[in-house]
Design a protein around this ligand. Structure first.
Ligand code: LMR
Length: 392
C-alpha cells in the first residue's frame, strides 16, 4: 500500500529549516520561516512565558483531559485580546493546534451543513492557505490582493471577486501583517470590505497571526474589529505562535462571531466534532501559558513590553531598509509603511537561489523576506547582496 502513494515534494518553506540548519557557513542568515530572531539569530523564550511556565510547574493541579475545547479560559482571554471587550461577548471560541489548526477547523465548518461553499483567497498569500483549503475539499478561487502599482490593497479586485462569488461563499482575509506582502487594507477600507461581504451574504474568515507586529496590539486589531461591526457573522483563526513566541507549542484558537446565540452554539458544537475526529483534544501546555499570562496583569504587562520591543526593532529595520541606497529599485521603497513580519521582493527562483548560494541568505522561494529576523546591523550587507542578485 505505501508504495502506491503519490510522491510528495518537500514543503517549500519548511524544508528550509533543515537546509539552513545544515549550512555550515558562518554568518548565514535565515530570513525564510516566519520566526522572530534577535541580533544573534536566536529565538528566545519570552520572559513572561518562562514566568508563566514556572507557575504552571508549581501550581498545575492535574494533567487530566480538558475535552475538545481545550482550555476554555484561554479562549475567553484570547477572545478579549483579539476582539476587545466590546465585541468579545458576541464570540465563542475553542483552543486549536496553532493558527493552522484553527484554519483547518474553519475549513471543516465551511464544508459542513450540506451547503457547497467556495473559499476566495487574495493572492499572493501564505503558501499553505491554498493547499489547506483544497485538502479540505473546498473549491478555491483567487483574486489579486495587491493593486497594479504594487503598493496597496487592491480594493477593486476584491470588490470584483465579491460580485462573482455566490452567496454563502467565504473570503479569507488576513487581519493584519499580511503574509507575504506586509500590505494591509487602510483602516477606512475595512468597513467597506465588511459591507461588501455582508451585502452579498458572504462569510469573512479572518486569519490573525501577527497582532502586535504592526502598529500595536490594539491598533492591529482595529480594522478587523471595524469589519466585525458591519457583518452578521464571521470566523476568526487566531495564532499565538508569533505573538507569544510559542512556535513549537502550537497555540491558537478558533473564534466564531455573531449575534445569534443558537447559531454560535451550533458552530461550536460542529467545531468540537471536527476537532474530535482529527486530534480529539488540543495539547494543553502552550494555551495554559497564554492563559496564565493574560489572566495576570503583571505577567500581561511584561509580555506587552516584550512584544513592543520586538515590534520596535522590526519597525526600525523596516525604516532602515526603506532608507537604503537604491531601496526603490530593490523593491524596498514601501516597507516602512507595511506591517507584520514580512515583505515580498520581486525575486525569481534563480535570484533566491543565488542569495542562498553566494551570500548564505535564506529567503522563502517566492521572494518573501522575514524582516523580524534581520538584525539592524546587517541591513547594509543584506541590501548589497540583494543588489548583487536583483540588479546585475
Ligand atoms: C511562516 O509563514 O513562515 C510560518 O507561518 C511558518 C509556517 O507554518 O509556514
Amino acid at each position: 500500500f505505501f508504495s502506491c502513494l503519490d510522491a510528495q515534494k518537500p514543503d517549500p518553506l519548511l524544508s528550509l529549516i533543515e537546509a539552513f540548519a545544515s549550512d555550515q557557513r558562518p554568518g548565514k542568515l535565515d530570513l525564510s520561516v516566519g520566526v522572530y530572531r534577535d541580533d544573534h539569530g536566536r529565538t528566545p523564550v519570552m520572559r513572561a512565558v518562562k514566568l508563566a511556565e514556572e507557575r504552571l510547574v508549581r501550581d498545575q493541579p492535574s494533567k487530566s483531559y480538558l475535552g475538545p475545547d481545550g482550555d476554555r479560559r484561554f479562549a475567553e482571554c484570547l477572545g478579549e485580546l483579539v476582539l476587545g471587550r466590546g465585541l468579545s461577548g458576541q464570540a465563542r471560541g475553542i483552543q486549536t493546534v496553532g493558527g493552522t489548526g484553527a484554519l483547518s477547523i474553519a475549513a471543516g465548518l465551511l464544508g459542513a451543513g450540506g451547503v457547497s461553499r467556495k473559499i476566495w483567497l487574495g493572492t499572493p498569500t501564505w503558501s499553505n492557505h491554498l493547499p489547506l483549503f483544497a485538502a479540505a475539499g473546498l473549491p478555491v478561487r483567487t483574486y489579486s490582493h495587491v493593486d497594479e502599482q504594487g503598493g496597496g490593497f487592491a480594493l477593486d479586485a476584491f470588490l470584483a471577486a465579491v460580485q462573482q462569488a455566490s452567496p454563502g461563499d467565504a473570503f479569507l482575509l488576513q487581519g493584519c501583517g499580511h503574509n507575504p506582502t506586509g500590505i494591509d487594507p487602510d483602516i477606512a477600507t475595512w468597513t467597506k470590505i465588511g459591507r461588501a461581504l455582508a451585502d452579498r451574504g458572504l462569510i469573512p474568515l479572518i486569519d490573525l497571526a501577527y497582532q502586535g507586529f504592526g502598529a500595536g496590539v490594539e491598533e492591529d486589531a482595529r480594522g478587523m474589529r471595524d469589519l466585525l461591526g458591519v457583518v452578521p457573522e464571521a470566523v476568526i483563526a487566531v495564532s499565538c505562535n508569533k505573538t507569544f513566541g510559542l512556535y513549537r507549542d502550537r497555540v491558537g484558537a478558533l473564534l466564531c462571531y455573531g449575534n445569534d446565540a443558537a447559531g454560535l452554539d451550533l458552530a461550536m458544537a460542529n467545531a468540537r466534532g471536527i476537532a474530535r475526529c482529527s486530534y480529539s483534544m488540543p495539547p494543553d501546555h502552550g494555551a495554559a501559558v497564554v492563559r496564565t499570562i493574560l489572566d495576570d496583569a503583571g505577567l500581561a504587562a511584561i509580555w506587552r513590553e516584550e512584544l513592543d520591543a520586538m515590534r520596535n526593532r522590526l519597525r526600525a529595520t523596516r525604516r532602515a531598509l526603506a532608507a537604503s541606497p537604491g531601496a526603490d529599485a530593490l523593491g524596498l521603497g514601501g516597507v516602512a509603511g507595511q506591517g507584520g513580519m514580512f515583505c515580498l521582493l520581486p525575486l525569481d527562483g534563480a535570484q533566491v537561489e543565488r542569495l542562498r548560494s553566494r551570500f548564505a541568505i535564506f529567503v522563502a522561494p517566492d521572494g518573501r523576506v522575514n524582516l523580524a529576523a534581520l538584525p539592524l546591523e546587517r541591513v547594509g550587507a543584506f541590501t548589497e547582496a540583494l543588489a548583487d542578485v536583483a540588479l546585475r
